[in-house]
Design a protein around this ligand. Structure first.
Ligand code: PMP
Length: 295
């Protein structure tokens, strides 16, 4: 699904075949999860292939490296250029890009001196198999910012995301919604969360969540369209009074949430603010203009 014998990767200054690529078996990333990555989408737009917000993603990659003390010397501009070249070499247009910074061989618990920088790309359609999700409240909390740099998109953090997703599926749900260490709603295992109540959108503030680039785009769309949005802490019980909700993320884009713990939202998605955001987001990533009149 991710590669075949013709797939090209960028790895440490060269474009190589994925089947020939080698990551050190003594990499700290493999043993301890000490590495960082990004998830980026490219779209076939009316103006050709466009990577959506590459600067924001590569700035976050560099910021993640800094937060973890991982030395990485590529500039945002270089990484952007390399990503476009990689798409071209693989004949991809609508694609998902996965930059990954792995540590060199180091079995001690100190910062690595050498790192490997890889960028992979593949055709990744919809992230979720369902158009609307039945979500449960996870028993797994998001990591405490006093134990990890939660703003970093670090490889090891995703053990937490995998545990939450597995639990949700075992319980017969499509996806998990996780709380922070204080019991407030935080985010999904791989996406940020918004809910609607009385024509206002609410989302958790930064601090205990990954600062999603899609989340930021949603806030920009709201500003543009005069949709009121409030960043606040809220408990899961508030969601049972909500009108609608959605997840947002690069892979997930804007995904409808149908129910939480089996309780369905009352407002039809087609009449929700979420659908307005969903349509605007699709227009933006495809380089099309959008407009919306609140009726
Ligand atoms: N939260 C988590 C935990 C994620 O893994 C992601 C996906 N990167 C997001 C939120 C959404 O971030 P973005 O919109 O930048 O993809």
């Amino acid at each position: 699904m991710y590669y075949n014998e013709n797939t090209i990767l960028f790895l440490d200054g060269k474009f190589v075949k994925a089947v020939d690529a080698r990551i050190d078996p003594f990499s700290q990333t493999l043993h301890y999860g000490y590495g960082v990555f990004e998830g980026i989408r490219a779209y076939q737009t009316i103006n050709g292939t466009k990577i959506f917000k590459p600067h924001e993603h590569f700035e976050r990659l560099k910021h993640s490296c800094n937060l973890l003390g991982i030395p990485m010397t590529y500039s945002v501009e270089e990484l952007t250029q390399l990503s476009y070249q990689l798409l071209e070499k693989n004949g991809l247009s609508n694609a998902y890009l996965r930059p990954l910074v792995t540590s060199g061989p180091n079995m001690s618990l100190t910062a690595p001196k050498e790192v490997s920088v890889m960028i992979a790309a593949w055709d990744w359609g919809k992230y979720f198999s369902h158009a609307s999700l039945r979500v449960c409240i996870s028993s797994f909390q998001r990591p405490n910012p006093k134990s990890l740099k939660v703003e970093a998109k670090a490889c090891g953090h995703y053990v937490n995301s995998i545990m939450a997703t597995m639990e949700a599926k075992e319980r017969g749900f499509d996806e998990a919604l996780m709380l922070d260490m204080n019991g407030f709603v935080a985010e999904g295992p791989g996406a940020n969360f918004f809910y609607e109540k009385d024509n206002v959108l609410y989302t958790p503030p930064l601090g205990n969540i990954l600062p999603g680039i899609t989340r930021h785009t949603v806030l920009e769309i709201c500003r543009e369209l005069d949709i009121i949005v409030e960043e606040k802490y809220f408990r899961p019980e508030e969601l049972f009074e909500a009108d609608s909700a959605f997840f947002c993320g690069t892979a997930a884009e804007i995904t409808t949430i149908e129910s939480i713990e089996g309780q369905a939202f009352q407002k039809p998605w087609k009449k929700s603010l979420g659908v307005v955001i969903q349509e605007a987001y699709q227009s933006i990533v495809l380089d099309k203009s959008y407009s919306y009149v609140i009726v």
